[in-house]
Design a protein around this ligand. Structure first.
Ligand code: SAM
Length: 330
């Protein structure tokens, strides 16, 4: 097979994007994600080494994988992440290498990661207010969204996206502040509808703010929003808009009010090496054991795609065995 190969699933969707979770652990305990006491962590021996992750990607890239995202848990708490970045960068066929992070360590490591070959970064930023950040993350680690943004841009990581999980009565009063941020900053703020997964610390459907309302409130703050192309790299399920003359864009990701499964282009690799074909379903193929046994992964990848479900059933509250998005990287 050549690197021009395209792998399609049973519904004809081209799958070119792999999200790689490198750890199930996190230094935050966001109210919508992980319980305060944490989860039952994966034993170290079960977790793929950097060599195993790279070998998996090396075997799957010729099947049409072009884009990778390193995620978690919180990927930056795994030691030597920079090593994985340079290993993945060296795999032929990979055109785009991104990182999802809570941004705490970004000021310290952005330049090193960029030098090792990271292209871009998504930062979870649910608030611009220090005290509120700690309340949502249930940890005070000194995360400053603007400092993280500046560090990422100074390192040449582009585009920088901020992911904001909007919760009514908790941070929805900052929709306007985030929208205004795009006026003078090269940042792509994506408002994500809260998804009812896991324990959720008392959050309910009443906390979900539909994206149509988010866009209305953003436009109340910055004026009319015109549909926009969005950042050049990494257009996923977000729909983008731009305020007149703004340096950045405003996006919405709408797993609750609109589905976009028909254009799904991705699969996920859990930290313990399960290839997961839908975020919200237990359609998984174990790649770790065959990999450790020296077996080829391409046939297993093809088999997984042949079983990739048409759509998720999140609205019916069917999320399989998923306890938190931290287990699969979001
Ligand atoms: N630690 C990294 C980070 O902060 O981006 C990567 C993992 S985190 C699980 C990935 C994304 O999932 C974050 O943007 C987080 O806000 C989002 N997320 C987690 N649980 C969610 C939920 N219940 N509803 C909406 N988004 C959620």
């Amino acid at each position: 097979m050549t690197s021009a190969q395209v792998s399609r699933d049973q519904f004809g969707r081209a799958i070119e994007y792999l999200r790689i979770s490198v750890t199930d652990r996190c230094n935050f305990r966001c109210v919508y994600c992980m319980p305060l006491e944490g989860l039952a962590w994966l034993p170290k021996a079960d977790i793929l080494t950097y060599e195993e992750i790279t070998e998996t990607v090396r075997q799957l890239a010729p099947m049409g994988l072009k884009r990778l995202r390193i995620t978690g848990g919180e990927p930056t708490i795994r030691p030597n992440l920079v090593q994985l970045v340079s290993m993945l960068r060296s795999v032929p066929g990979i055109e785009d290498l991104a990182l999802s992070t809570n941004g705490v360590k970004l000021p310290e490591i952005a330049a090193t990661l960029a030098a090792a070959g990271l292209d871009r970064v998504n930062v979870s930023a649910d608030s611009l207010r220090p005290e509120r950040i700690s309340r949502i993350a249930r940890r005070n680690l000194g995360f400053e969204p603007l400092t993280a943004l500046r560090a990422a841009l100074a390192a040449g990581l582009r585009p920088v996206k901020f992911n904001v999980v909007v919760m009514r009565g908790i941070n929805d009063d900052e929709i306007g502040d985030f929208a205004r941020l795009t006026l003078g900053h090269e940042v792509h703020v994506r408002f994500i509808e809260l998804m009812p997964v896991g324990e959720m610390a008392g959050l309910t459907w009443a906390h979900v703010v539909p994206s149509d309302e988010v866009l209305q409130r953003a436009s109340d703050a910055v004026g009319p929003l015109a549909p926009a192309e969005g950042p050049q790299r990494g257009n996923g399920p977000a729909k983008y808009y731009r305020a007149s003359g703004a340096a950045g864009t405003i996006g919405v990701i709408t797993p609750m009010s609109h589905t976009y499964c028909s254009t799904c282009n991705r699969v996920r690799l859990t930290a313990d090496g399960r290839l997961r074909t839908c975020l919200y379903g237990d359609h998984e193929v174990n790649l770790r054991d065959p990999l450790r046994a020296g077996l080829p992964l391409a046939p297993l990848f093809a088999q997984a795609l042949a079983n990739k479900p048409k759509e998720h059933h999140l609205l019916q509250m069917q999320v399989g065995g998923l306890k938190a998005l931290s287990q699969v990287g979001g």
